[in-house]
Structure formats: structure tokens, C-alpha cells
Design a protein around this ligand. Structure first.
Ligand code: ACM
Ligand code: ZN
Length: 542
């Protein structure tokens, strides 16, 4: 009797331990042994999906110590109907939504259906999540129980935008580190990588038509020490991604179902570019890539046509490198002090007939002009823009998507005005904030207090009128890196909070349960992260 109770408990865990929790998951009696199992793939699956299944089969064969064969026979659907087929069967199913999948495990076979790469990848992640954590490792683990529980899973995400951001400007992350970041995103079914590539403290992307960006703008002459804004460690700091490296990251992400969304932050946060091309500023400089954190008052001069030539040149190359439909153009934290005193910016304001009113200054309307001009330019390249919620100030032109970071007010306003919006409120999604109120016990961070439970508690549609919810594309967490300079610390800030945001992004509200989540973190996800070699915060209760 005791043994039997134990079995029920253990088998229930295999479904409960799936993070993020599937839409529907039902446990049946029995299990399917998968070590050495034969994989059979519908030839109608696309090449990337077949490759992903092949990699999974290879990994399973390796860790379980029993090679799995893989084939793509014709007539798989018919053979399945005859009831004779055994093994792990992957089928293309045109009736499913693009990111949806189903898994039915019986004692002699598992049948996985998906419509395209996304669903296949998510089904594979769910299968991994039901297996021993050793599936994420690189060691042979023959003694583990390589079985799947008999079950039926029907799954699809709640939100189509499931993003994670990385700031590569304040600190630079190597291509290998970025790939590790993408790997762990893919484990938990995130699908947008927002890559913050430019800022006051460093320009990180090679632009062939502006070579000084990767000769001058990617360097800073030292970095402030700790929280002392008057200090400088005098260690030259820099780095950039070549266009080949960018393409490599984009392809690596795509294989994992992740679209890379590059950010070129403008017209503020541009000091690094101005250090290389001082004519971009209102005063003409000289400028130096910033060695301190904060918001520089020195911003692009948008009274000059040459500034737009620069932006269009840069964005043309960016649009070529990143195949996704969106380019993020920043728009946050752009002080207007210099524009107020710049003859060219003021002449532009007069030429455009911009007049301040009781709510917004003429200079604010000038930023709207910049946003609209860049939006129109990127439309000629087939791209849509995203901007931080400051782009809503003044008069935002139709077609832009708003990323709401100063709380959720930006998303509410955007959706009510008919704009698409993505939720990334600093109250719940800023992973550069401390993970506990006990700051002394934590490594130095930017401030705030964002414990795991608070991340998990985000209700993305709260306060959004039902008739506007279709404008909410999804949820994203951001990881700014002013105070984060090593990969270990980066992972510590990311994990396990990213697993909490994954459930917010993927799960229907009724499938979220913080007590279960905490339990499976300890029982299953921490072992997964250990196997995959990630650093993470082990203490989950603050
Ligand atoms: C931001 O955190 N400045 C978007
Ligand atoms: Zn100016």
C-alpha cells in the first residue's frame, strides 16, 4: 500500500513538473520506456523540426545509454491508424495553431502532433521536462528511469510574445554567453530575445557604413566603481558583435524558436555613437562613451538631416541582419535640454510648426516626429517599430507597438488608443532589481526588490478593458546590466525568476499555482539547471 501511494505521487510529479504548465494535462495509468526507442517522423515536418527531433533522439540515446534510431517513413498516418505503430511518432498536423502541440503517451508509443517548428520544439521541451533532469546534462545516466508517464497533453501558449531582454551595452556578453542565455530561454518556451545593442556606455553592433562605431563607440575609458559616480576603474572596456556573429546568433535563436528583436535606442542613449561621430550631437562635442550609469543629457541632434542619414544607414543594415518583423527603436529617457538650446533643433520645430501645449512641450512633439520618421523609414524595409512607453507622450503615429516599462499604465493607455503593447512593468519584470529586501545579503544591484513570488504574481491583463486585451501581445522581462559584469551574476539574476515569468507568459491563469511552482523548482528545475550548468539563486523564500 505504501509503495502504491508512492507510485501515484511520483507519477503525478512528472506532469506537475512541466514548467510552464500545459493548458491541459491528464495522467493515465502506465508508462512508456524511452531508452532505445525508435523515433519516426512525418516527412511533412519542416527541416528545422526534423533536426530538432534528431537532436533530442541523439541526446536521449546518449544519456540513457541506449541509442535511439530515427527514420522518416512514408505512410506514417495510415500505419498509425492500423494500430501497429510503436515508438515515438512525430506528426505534422495542419489543424493545430502554429505554436500548439499535443502529446499522447501510451504504453507502446507516444504520438506527438504539431503544426510547424514552434509546436515541435515546445513538445520536445515538454518531453524533456517529463524525463529525469539528466536529459539536460552531458553525462551518461543509464540508471535513471527513462520512462514517460502515460498521459494526454494539449498545449498552446496564452501569449504570443514571450520575451526576455538582455543589455549587452553596459556589459558585453560573448556570443557563447548569449547562446547559453538563448538555450535556457528555449527550455521554458520563451520566443523573443530583445537584444539591447546600443547605449551611452557602448555600441555593440558592427555597422559597415559607419566603421567608427566598432572602432571607437564600442569602447569606454573605464567604468565607475560600485555605486560611486565620481569614480573610474580606468580599465578600458569594450566589445562588439561582428555582422557574422550577429547572423550566427540569429540563426542559433531561430533553431530554438526564438526571434531576435534588436534595439537601437534613439534619440537618447546615443552618447557612444556620438563619441565616434560628434556631428550627431547638438553641440558637436567632443563626446566620450560614458563611464558612469544614468541618463545622459547629450542626445542626438534631430534638427540636422545628417542625423537621419546616419540613422537610416544604421537601420538599413540592422533590418538586413534581423529577419523578424520588429525593430525596437528605444525612445526612453530622452532629456530635451539640448534641443531647447540648439538652433538647428529649434529651426526644425519652427519648420514643422510644432507648438507646446499644457501637456507636452514642442520638444516632445519633436521626438514624435523622429519616431514617425523612423517608423516610416523602417516600413519601407518591411519592419514595424517597438518603443518604450515614452513614445506615447505627445502624439504617437498609428502602427507602433508600445513596451510598457514604467508600470502597466503605458500598456493600458496604448491598448485603449488602439496600439499593440507588450508588458514589461518594472514592478514585476525588471530582473536587475534585487531578489530580496535584504540588500546586504545580495550582490550589488541597481535597487528595488523583486522576489520570485512577485514576478509570479503578475496578472498581465489586470486593468485592461476586455475589448482591448487583443492589443496585449504578451509579457517580457528585462535584464539591464549596469551592475552585472560576469556571466555567473547574470545567470543568478535571471534564474529562477525567468521560470516564473515563463508561467506568466505561457499559462492560463487557472494553471498557475505558486505552491506547486516552488515545489517543482526544488524537486525538478534546480536539478535541471544544475545539469545544464547554470548559476541560479537557490533561496526562493525571502
Ligand atoms: C528603461 O528601463 N529605460 C526602458
Ligand atoms: Zn540639435
Amino acid at each position: 500500500m505504501i509503495l502504491c501511494l508512492f507510485c501515484v505521487y511520483a507519477r503525478a510529479n512528472a506532469l506537475e513538473q512541466i514548467v510552464p504548465q500545459p493548458r491541459q494535462a491528464e495522467l493515465h495509468k502506465g508508462s512508456l520506456r524511452v531508452s532505445g526507442i525508435a523515433f519516426r517522423c512525418d516527412p511533412a515536418l519542416d527541416a528545422a523540426a526534423l533536426k530538432a527531433v534528431g537532436q533530442f533522439a541523439g541526446q536521449l540515446g546518449y544519456v540513457s545509454g541506449k541509442t535511439c534510431t530515427i527514420s522518416s517513413p512514408l505512410g506514417l498516418h495510415e500505419a498509425l491508424q492500423s494500430g501497429k505503430l510503436k515508438g515515438m511518432i512525430f506528426l505534422q498536423d495542419d489543424n493545430l495553431e502554429p505554436e500548439a502541440y499535443s502529446i499522447v503517451v501510451a504504453s507502446n508509443k507516444a504520438v506527438i502532433r504539431a503544426n510547424g517548428l514552434g509546436g515541435v520544439l515546445y513538445a520536445l521541451q515538454t518531453l524533456r521536462q517529463m524525463l529525469p533532469a539528466a536529459i539536460y546534462g552531458s553525462h551518461i545516466a543509464e540508471r535513471e528511469k527513462w520512462v514517460l508517464p502515460c498521459c494526454e497533453i494539449q498545449d498552446a501558449p496564452r501569449f504570443r510574445w514571450r520575451g526576455m531582454h538582455l543589455d549587452s551595452s553596459r556589459h558585453f556578453w560573448s556570443v557563447d554567453e548569449v547562446k547559453r542565455y538563448l538555450d535556457v530561454m528555449s527550455y521554458y518556451k520563451l520566443n523573443r530575445f530583445h537584444w539591447h545593442l546600443t547605449d551611452d556606455q557602448g555600441w555593440r553592433i558592427e555597422i559597415k557604413s559607419y566603421p567608427l562605431l566598432s572602432q571607437i563607440a564600442c569602447w569606454r575609458e573605464g567604468t565607475m566603481i560600485g555605486e560611486d559616480f565620481s569614480s573610474n576603474d580606468h580599465i578600458r572596456y569594450g566589445g562588439f558583435y561582428t555582422q557574422d556573429e550577429i547572423r550566427e546568433v540569429v540563426a542559433y535563436a531561430a533553431e530554438r524558436g526564438i526571434t531576435v528583436v534588436p534595439e537601437v535606442d534613439l534619440p537618447g542613449h546615443m552618447l557612444a555613437a556620438m563619441s565616434a561621430y560628434p556631428e550627431l550631437g547638438c553641440t558637436g562635442g567632443p563626446y566620450a562613451t560614458w563611464t558612469i550609469w544614468g541618463i545622459s543629457k547629450q542626445v542626438l541632434c534631430v534638427g540636422k538631416e545628417s542625423t537621419f542619414q546616419f540613422l537610416e544607414g544604421v537601420l538599413s543594415e540592422v533590418a538586413e541582419l534581423f529577419p523578424g518583423e520588429y525593430i525596437h527603436i528605444g525612445g526612453d529617457e530622452c532629456p530635451k535640454d539640448e534641443w531647447k538650446n540648439c538652433p538647428e533643433c529649434q529651426a526644425k520645430i519652427r519648420e514643422l510648426g510644432l507648438v507646446g501645449d499644457e501637456r507636452f512641450s514642442a520638444e516632445q512633439y519633436l521626438q514624435n516626429y523622429v519616431t514617425k520618421r523612423i517608423q516610416d523609414f523602417l516600413a519601407t524595409k518591411g519592419k514595424k517599430v517597438i518603443g518604450w512607453d515614452e513614445i506615447l507622450e505627445g502624439e504617437l503615429a498609428p502602427g507602433a507597438t508600445v513596451m510598457s516599462w514604467r508600470g502597466t499604465a503605458g500598456a493600458k493607455e496604448a491598448a485603449a488608443k488602439g496600439f499593440d503593447a507588450i508588458l514589461t512593468p518594472n514592478s514585476h519584470c525588471y530582473f536587475d532589481y534585487y531578489q530580496s529586501g535584504d540588500h546586504d545579503a545580495e550582490p550589488l544591484a541597481i535597487g528595488g526588490n523583486l522576489p520570485l513570488e512577485k514576478v509570479y504574481s503578475l496578472d498581465p491583463l489586470e486593468g485592461i478593458a476586455p475589448e482591448h486585451t487583443h492589443h496585449i501581445l504578451g509579457v517580457q522581462a528585462n535584464l539591464w546590466t549596469e551592475y552585472i559584469s560576469t556571466p555567473e551574476y547574470l545567470e543568478y539574476m535571471l534564474l529562477p525568476r525567468m521560470l516564473a515569468i515563463a508561467e506568466v507568459q505561457w499559462c492560463q491563469p487557472e494553471r498557475r499555482d505558486y505552491t506547486r511552482f516552488l515545489r517543482v523548482l526544488q524537486e525538478h528545475e534546480f536539478p535541471v539547471l544544475d545539469q545544464a550548468g547554470y548559476n541560479y539563486r537557490k533561496q526562493t523564500v525571502n
